[in-house]
Every structure is written in structure tokens, then in C-alpha cells.
Design a protein around this ligand. Structure first.
Ligand code: SPD
Length: 355
């Protein structure tokens, strides 16, 4: 078997993460751009355990080595192999102004500045709920995106299970929505939002503690025009956050926004998520903007499986964890899923490692 397929097969057997030869090719391509392990994960679009195992395997084959500064580099054998296989680095032409999202976070400077000011004392991300906050630029861009798509002005909006990003606060701050309800399991975030709403006299927004593993009461169903969330990547969390979000939508033509990453789940799992969205829930995917969400590094990183299985001890120093921003729309006959979650695998499974 040729080398890329052999490595893909061996790492798949070892990690339980589905892989094909081009996943391994992509790791090589990433290494041609950077020696930083965490950026290699970012550019490879693969779960951390897969990249860690591929890199370790290639080190054991004398194709890669780690230098004194913990950079991952090609050996002469590695360079010869890359040349022989014709592997190239990908181009990098992302817009530096909008950071590649297509929505200029600086468009409304007053809004951007106010949000930064309000976010500066935010509670720090904690491991218990797999928190990891997106940058303020990401949060502001989410709101602009919603506005452009007609999902902000005059809308009843539910933001749930993702308030470490303060998206609900940002939506409320525009004062353009009809109402904003924020649900999160973390009381620190709920108190933070409600205090700001009180101080600023924002009366159409409220925040409440809620555990999304529990079904919603009847009065939450068919109540909102738009939901926003950012689940952990397990199937149980996908249903609890997104299935339940769809259940709260009023009618066909309503919209849901959420992030899905390839750092904690594979492209094979994305296919299964997309099948659930299309077939089980009866929605259509209108948008996927890859790497829209940029997550600030979290303090608990050294305690995670990701840190433990990495081929280097060096912690990430730059943004490496990013996720795609999905927008779905309900179609006639869409299904409202609102079952209890009994699955114990809620935050972490074989593809995830950053919790
Ligand atoms: N534990 C690391 C931070 C993870 C933040 N959640 C990202 C969810 C993407 N759907």
C-alpha cells in the first residue's frame, strides 16, 4: 500500500477516527506552511487526535522531526517524499480586513467598541461546559451576518448554550431584535448579561439558566424566528442544542445559526450531522462559512486530552481552533425534536479532545 493510504489506515485503526489518504496529504501540506503543531491542526482541518497520531507516525518513520523549539519539520527523507508525491502548500488569500468571513466587524464602529468594552470583564472560559469564547470580532460578525440575512430586525431570537461568546448580549445591544432570550447552563454568564441589560435599560432581553439536556417546556416550542447556538461536537450535544433549537422555531422559513468545527469532529461526522439536518429535521443548509468562528485559547488547555496527546509540549500561542458557521432554514413539514438526552457522551468522544 502506498505511504499516505498506509498512514491513514494505521491511524484510523489506532484512533477510531475515519481517515482517507488525502487527510494525510493535507497534514504534509500544512507542514509546508508552518512548524507549529496547533497551526498544523488548524490547516489540516482534522481532529487533534488524528493529526497527533499522523505526526507521531511520520516522526517514527524518520519523515518528520521536532527541533529544539518544538517546531515540526520535514527531514531530508520527508522533503524527498513531498517532492515525489507533488504535495504543495495551500494558497493563503483570506481577506485581512474581515478575517475571511465576508462581514466587516468594523462596519459599525460604535457597536464594535461598545461590545469590546462590555466584554472586557466577561467570566473566563471553564472546562466543565467545554467553554471557549470566540473573539469579539467573531461575535460582532455573527450579528452582522444575521442582520444581512433578515434574521435580526423585529425578530424573536433565542441564543442558547453558547453565551461564553456573548452573542446574545451582542444581539440585544443592537436593540434591533423584537425580543432576545438567552439560555445557558452557566449562571456566571446569565448574571453577567442580566446586569448589563439592567444597567443599559435593555428591556426586551433576558437571560436564564437552562440545561439543554432537558426537553423544553411546551411554551418554548414554535416561539422564535431565529436560534443561535454553538454545540460541542458529539451527537448527543448536536441534538440537544440544534434539534431543540429547530423545535423552537415558529414556522417554515425560520433560521438557525451554529458552529461546527473540524478540530473536534471529522468530515465523516459532518456528513452524518448534515444528513440529520436534511432528513431527520427537514431543514436546508443555506450557508456554511468555513473558519468563521475564531476561538481564543482557553486556560484549561494543559489539562485536556489534546495537550496530552500532542507531539509537542508547547501550548498554542495563536488562534488555531476555528469553526464553520452554519445557517439552516426550516422547510414545510420540518420536525420538532425535543427528547430528553440520556447519552452520557455529551462533551467528549473519540474525535473530540479539547474539553
Ligand atoms: N474546548 C474548546 C473550546 C470549544 C468551544 N466550543 C466549540 C464548539 C464548536 N461547535
Amino acid at each position: 500500500m502506498e505511504l499516505l493510504s498506509h498512514v491513514a489506515q494505521e491511524v484510523q485503526n489506532q484512533t477510531g477516527i475515519r481517515l482517507h489518504r488525502r487527510n494525510v496529504e493535507r497534514v504534509f501540506s500544512a507542514i509546508l506552511r508552518t512548524g507549529d503543531f496547533w497551526k498544523i491542526v488548524d490547516f489540516s482541518d482534522l481532529p487533534v487526535p488524528a493529526v497527533a497520531a499522523i505526526v507521531k507516525k511520520l516522526i517514527s518513520e524518520n519523515i518528520l522531526f521536532v527541533d529544539e523549539e518544538e517546531n515540526i519539520l520535514l527531514t531530508q527523507k520527508g522533503y524527498d517524499l513531498v517532492r515525489e508525491l507533488g504535495i504543495k502548500p495551500a494558497g493563503n488569500f483570506l481577506c485581512v480586513a474581515c478575517e475571511g468571513r465576508g462581514y466587516p466587524f468594523y462596519a459599525d464602529k460604535e457597536f464594535y467598541r461598545t461590545f469590546i468594552e462590555l466584554a472586557k470583564d466577561r467570566p473566563s472560559a471553564i472546562r466543565d461546559y467545554d467553554q471557549g469564547s470566540v473573539t469579539p470580532e467573531t461575535t460582532v460578525s455573527r450579528v452582522l451576518f444575521m442582520d444581512v440575512r433578515g434574521d435580526l430586525r423585529g425578530r424573536d431570537i433565542l441564543v442558547m448554550g453558547a453565551e461564553d461568546d456573548l452573542t446574545g448580549l451582542a444581539v440585544a445591544l443592537t436593540r434591533k431584535a423584537k425580543s432576545v432570550l438567552i439560555l445557558d447552563i452557566d449562571k456566571r454568564l446569565i448574571d453577567y448579561d442580566n446586569k448589563i441589560f439592567k444597567e443599559l435599560g435593555i428591556e426586551n432581553a433576558q437571560a436564564k439558566v437552562w440545561d439543554l439536556r432537558k426537553p423544553f417546556p411546551e411554551d418554548m416550542l414554535a416561539r422564535f424566528d431565529v436560534f443561535v447556538t454553538d454545540p460541542p461536537e458529539t451527537f448527543a450535544a448536536f441534538k440537544a442544542f440544534i434539534g431543540r433549537g429547530i423545535a423552537t422555531l415558529k414556522e417554515s422559513g425560520c433560521a438557525g445559526y451554529f458552529g461546527l468545527t473540524l478540530r473536534d469532529s471529522s468530515i465523516f461526522r459532518w456528513k452524518e450531522f448534515q444528513q440529520i439536518l436534511l432528513t431527520d429535521y427537514g431543514t436546508v443548509i443555506t450557508d456554511i462559512i468555513q473558519n468563521f468562528n475564531h476561538y481564543m485559547n482557553w486556560e484549561y488547555h494543559p489539562q485536556t486530552k489534546a495537550a496530552q496527546i500532542a507531539p509537542v509540549k508547547k501550548n498554542p500561542t495563536d488562534i488555531w481552533y476555528r469553526s464553520a458557521w452554519y445557517r439552516v432554514e426550516t422547510l414545510p413539514g420540518f420536525k420538532r425534536w425535543n427528547e430528553p438526552i440520556s447519552d452520557e457522551v455529551f462533551y467528549l468522544d473519540e474525535e473530540g479532545s479539547t474539553t
